[in-house]
Design a protein around this ligand. Structure first.
Ligand code: NAX
Length: 327
C-alpha cells in the first residue's frame, strides 16, 4: 500500500474545517488508496484547542482506514513540518467596525508567519491552497514569505465561484451540472470575479448559443454568482461552509490527481498570460496533469471580458498595494 502523505489544515476547528477533515480522511481528496496524516493547526486559545480535540475525537470515531495519524498544533512551525499539502483555511474574519485595511493587515500578519513556516519546514513540493479570506491576497502574501519554495506551489480558492457558476448555468439551461465543460472564473475571489461561459459547452453544444442573452449574463448571472456568498449568509445566518469545503476538496483532488484534459479554475500566481501582470494571484482556467497545473492558452478576450478582467485585477492590485509594506 502507499506511503502516507502529510496534510496540514489550519482553522481546523472552524466551520469549514468540520466539513472538510472527514472528507480528506475518507480519501475523497487524494484517493481511496492514499493514507493521510492530518496535521491540524488552531490558534493557541484554550477554547479553540479544546474544540480541535473534540473534532479529533470524532475523526477517531469514524475509524477511517486511510487515517494513518493525526496531530494537534498551535504553532505553524510544527504544524507544517514535512507537509505535502497545506490547506490554509483559518483567517481573521472582519469584526464589527473593522476597516478593510485593518482586515488586510491582520491577515497579512497570519499569512506572513504561515508562509515563513512553510518555507522553513514543509516538503519542498508542498501544494498550498489558501481558502481564508481575502484568499487571493493571503495566498500572495504566503507565497512572497516563502522564497525558497516554488511560487507555483501557492494557490487560492476560486473553485467555489466556479462551482457556483456551473450550478447557475445548469439551472438556466436545464442541463445536468456535470455535463458543463470549459467554464472558468477569472480574477479575485470576491464579487468582482468574472465568471466566463463564452467557451463552455454542454454535450458538445456552445452554452453561449444555448443562453444567447447578454442581459442575463450581465444583470443576472454575474451578480448572482458574485453575491452568492452574501445570499448564503442572509439565508443561513452563517457563511458557506460545506460548499466551501467541497470546493477545497475539488481543487486539491484535481491538482494532485489530474483533470483528464478538462478545465477547472484555480487562483495561481500569474505567469503573464492574458495580460495579467506576473505574480498576481488570479483565477485562470487550467488543466492539471501529473501534479502540475497548466493555464489554458489561446482564448480570445473580447471587450466586455477585458473590462471585467481588468476590474477584478485592479481590486487585486489595490489589495496588494495595501499590504506591500508588510512583506
Ligand atoms: P470559522 O470562523 O468557523 O473558522 C475559522 C477558524 O480558524 C477558527 O476556528 C479560528 O480559531 C481559526 N483561526 C483563525 N486564525 C488562525 C490562525 N492564525 N491559525 C490557525 N487557525 C486560525 O470560519 P470558516 O467559516 O471556517 O471560514 C474560514 C475562512 O474561509 C474565512 O476566512 C472565510 O472568509 C473563508 N471562506 C473562503 C471561501 C473561498 O471561496 N475562498 C468561501 C468560504 C469562506 O467564506
Amino acid at each position: 500500500s502507499k506511503k502516507p502523505v502529510r496534510v496540514a489544515v489550519t482553522g481546523a476547528a472552524g466551520q469549514i474545517g468540520y466539513a472538510l477533515l472527514f472528507r480528506i480522511a475518507s480519501g475523497e481528496m487524494l484517493g481511496k488508496d492514499q493514507p493521510v496524516i492530518l496535521q491540524l493547526l488552531e490558534i493557541p486559545d484554550e477554547k479553540a484547542q479544546n474544540a480541535l480535540k473534540g473534532v479529533m475525537m470524532e475523526l477517531e470515531d469514524c475509524a477511517f482506514p486511510l487515517l494513518a495519524g493525526m496531530e494537534a498544533h498551535s504553532d505553524p512551525m510544527t504544524a507544517f513540518k514535512d507537509t505535502d499539502y497545506a490547506l490554509l483555511v483559518g483567517a481573521r474574519p472582519r469584526g464589527p467596525g473593522m476597516e478593510r485595511a485593518d482586515l488586510l493587515s491582520a491577515n497579512a500578519a497570519i499569512f506572513t508567519a504561515q508562509g515563513k513556516a512553510l518555507n522553513a519546514v514543509a516538503s519542498r513540493n508542498v501544494k498550498v491552497l489558501v481558502v481564508g479570506n481575502p484568499a487571493n491576497t493571503n495566498a500572495y502574501i504566503a507565497m512572497k514569505s516563502a522564497p525558497d519554495l516554488p511560487a507555483k506551489n501557492f494557490t487560492a480558492m476560486l473553485r467555489l465561484d466556479h462551482n457556483r457558476a456551473a450550478s447557475q448555468i445548469a439551472a438556466k439551461t436545464s442541463k445536468p451540472v456535470g455535463a458543463i465543460k470549459k467554464l472558468t472564473v477569472w480574477g479575485n475571489h470576491s464579487p468582482t470575479m468574472y465568471a466566463d461561459y463564452r467557451f463552455a459547452t454542454i454535450e458538445g453544444a456552445a452554452v453561449k448559443d444555448m443562453i444567447n442573452d447578454q442581459v442575463w449574463n450581465k444583470d443576472v448571472f454575474l451578480p448572482t454568482v458574485g453575491k452568492r456568498g452574501a445570499a448564503i449568509i442572509a439565508a443561513r445566518g452563517l457563511s458557506s461552509a460545506a460548499s466551501a469545503a467541497n470546493a477545497a476538496i475539488d481543487h486539491m483532488r484535481d491538482w494532485a490527481l489530474g483533470t483528464n484534459g478538462e478545465w477547472v479554475t484555480m487562483g495561481i500566481p500569474s505567469l503573464g498570460d492574458y495580460e495579467i501582470p506576473k505574480e498576481v494571484m488570479y483565477g485562470f482556467p487550467v488543466t492539471c496533469e501529473n501534479g502540475e497545473y497548466k493555464v489554458v492558452q489561446g482564448l480570445e478576450i473580447d471587450a466586455f471580458s477585458r473590462e471585467c478582467m481588468t476590474k477584478t485585477l485592479n481590486e487585486l492590485l489595490e489589495e496588494k498595494a495595501a499590504i506591500q509594506h508588510l512583506l
